[in-house]
Design a protein around this ligand. Structure first.
Ligand code: NAD
Length: 492
């Protein structure tokens, strides 16, 4: 079995405790590799390495333009190794090869975009109200960043943090999820090949309490950029607040996908299905609440079922597969539990509702694509994040009711509206409480478009031109041009 090592200061190193844990292939249910079980000692080694790289040596002295060039070189290496990294992710995570190939083809853009942005960060001169002084601002990198990522899209979500952080001049310690660490460990090796000085990127693997928590607590870490559940995010945010650390929180969602009677219903049905069943529903932006206007409810549900019934479950490596396994055993149990909850709450099971079985599913952790109708917004299945292939369909009468149902949830990550009425599209996009609103599409993301949550879906924004500011702090510099007296008893 393959045995991975930690990446600290540009080297592959064993964990201090000398222990590893198995990582499993969600399609076969079998262990396929061993991941280092790091602890606080490894966290300290990694953070010290990142701190050294930040304060002294080549990285600290490098110009922003040179940092940008390194990011471009990295993008080329990701492109070169895309199929190898995609295969690792499919094996470890159960994501479809088709999805991973598309992701890996896109990830280099994050490094090119922020590589180009690195030398466009500027301070300003200040039009001071005091004579005899000249003052300006500098935008300075925060320091060591802890990037903590979830299991559903490890390389993509790590890149959303690493690219702007490095462009800003920070150094990074990445802590991937214990369920899907392999791709991040392989990915980190490319930074050395690209020519990043040792310590600029480090990866520590293991469990939340043993690795994540000491990383958050480490005094030399200045920012925690976290993507994961709101439960963990809340804990980390409290911990970070005690030390006045900067945080960015990309958390969960329960996103409404709203279909009006005037929409292109065929496209809306495709959008609803891809919104919930892509990546087996294991995405923060899953359109898990489908709101359908009363007058088309029955017709639309029929369309939906017709498309959903054609979904092929199977080996994620097989290009013909459309729905892969759930990534982890606890998540598999959680999804099945929620299906029971929905049944008990009185939602009508329209499709699926069982674990996936049969030859195509192997020994994998499959859940059938599941659709519940007649869901009320006060049911748990309409309010809580399932993070699996389970869709709740709700009815609404008019725009006002659609808005009230859509916003009546503690999350606010994304929302979509399907309509041919441009006025309605504008009204809805203004009033929906979500960090991203799509009109007549679903699941579109880009390095150019700010992404983040309203309400319990988080704090801060990733992607887009401003995301680099999340890794910078402003310093004001005052210069006495000689005209100002130093006499402490002369008050000006
Ligand atoms: P999780 O919160 O269980 O774990 C996320 C990471 O935090 C893992 O690396 C984990 O080891 C680490 N962790 C756990 N306890 C910790 C602690 N005490 N201190 C520090 N680190 C700790 O989340 P998950 O189950 O891996 O991911 C699924 C969740 O992520 C879902 O809620 C999903 O919506 C969310 N998510 C959000 C976005 C977004 O951009 N908003 C994107 C993807 C996933």
């Amino acid at each position: 079995m393959k045995r991975y090592a930690l990446r600290i200061a540009g080297e592959s190193v064993d964990p201090s405790g000398g222990t590893w844990f198995d990582t499993q292939n969600p399609f076969t249910g079998q262990a396929w590799a061993q991941i280092p079980r790091a602890d606080a000692r490894d966290v300290d080694r990694a953070v010290q390495a990142a701190h050294r790289a930040f304060t002294e040596g080549a990285w600290a002295e490098m110009s922003a333009s040179q940092r940008g060039l390194l990011l471009h070189r990295l993008a080329d290496l990701v492109e070169r190794d895309a199929s190898r990294l995609a295969a690792t992710e499919v094996r470890d995570n159960g994501k479809l090869l088709a999805e991973m190939s598309a992701q890996l083809a896109y990830i280099p853009q994050w490094y090119r975009y922020y590589g180009g942005l690195a030398d466009k960060v500027q301070g300003t001169t200040l039009p001071l109200d005091k004579k005899g002084y000249f003052a300006f601002t500098r935008k300075e990198p925060l320091g060591v960043v802890a990037a903590i990522t979830p299991w559903n899209s490890p390389l993509m979500l790590a890149s959303w943090k690493i690219a702007p952080a490095l462009a800003a001049g920070c150094t990074v310690v990445v802590k991937p999820s214990e369920f899907t660490s392999a791709s991040t460990l392989e990915f980190a090796e490319l930074f050395d090949e690209a020519g990043f000085p040792p310590g600029v990127i480090n990866v520590v693997t293991g469990f939340g309490r043993e690795v994540g928590s000491p990383l958050v607590e480490h005094p030399l870490v200045r920012k925690i950029s976290f993507t994961g559940s709101d439960t963990t995010g809340r804990m980390i945010n409290e911990q970070a607040a005690r030390h006045f650390k900067h945080t960015a929180m990309e958390l969960g969602g329960k996103s409404p996908n709203i279909v009006f009677a005037d929409a292109d219903l065929e496209q809306a049905a495709f959008g609803a299905i891809s919104g919930i069943f892509a990546a087996t529903g294991q995405t923060c932006i899953a359109g898990s609440r489908l709101l359908v206007q009363d007058s088309i409810y029955d017709d639309f549900v029929e369309r939906l079922l017709a498309v959903a019934r054609t979904a092929r479950m199977g080996d994620p490596m097989d290009p013909a597969t459309q729905v892969g396994p759930v990534t982890t055993p606890p998540q598999f149990e959680k999804v099945l539990d929620y299906i029971d909850v929905a049944k008990r709450e009185g939602a009508t099971l329209l499709l699926g509702g069982e674990r996936g079985s049969g030859a195509a599913c192997g020994q994998g952790w499959f859940v059938q694509p599941t659709i519940f109708g007649d869901v009320r917004n006060d049911m748990r299945i309409a309010q809580e994040e399932v993070f699996g292939p389970v869709l709740s369909v709700l009815r609404f009468k008019d725009e006002a009711e659609a808005l009230s149902i859509a916003n009546d949830v503690r999350f606010g990550l994304a929302a979509a509206v399907w309509t041919r009425d441009i006025g309605r599209a504008l009204r809805m996009s203004e009033r929906l409480q979500a960090g991203t609103v799509w009109v007549n599409t679903y699941r579109a993301v880009s390095y150019l478009a700010p992404f983040g949550g309203y309400k319990d879906s988080g704090l801060g924004r990733e992607n887009g031109i401003d995301a680099i500011q999340e890794y910078l702090q402003v310093k004001s510099v005052w210069i006495n041009s000689g005209a100002v007296s130093g006499n402490p008893f002369v008050i000006r």
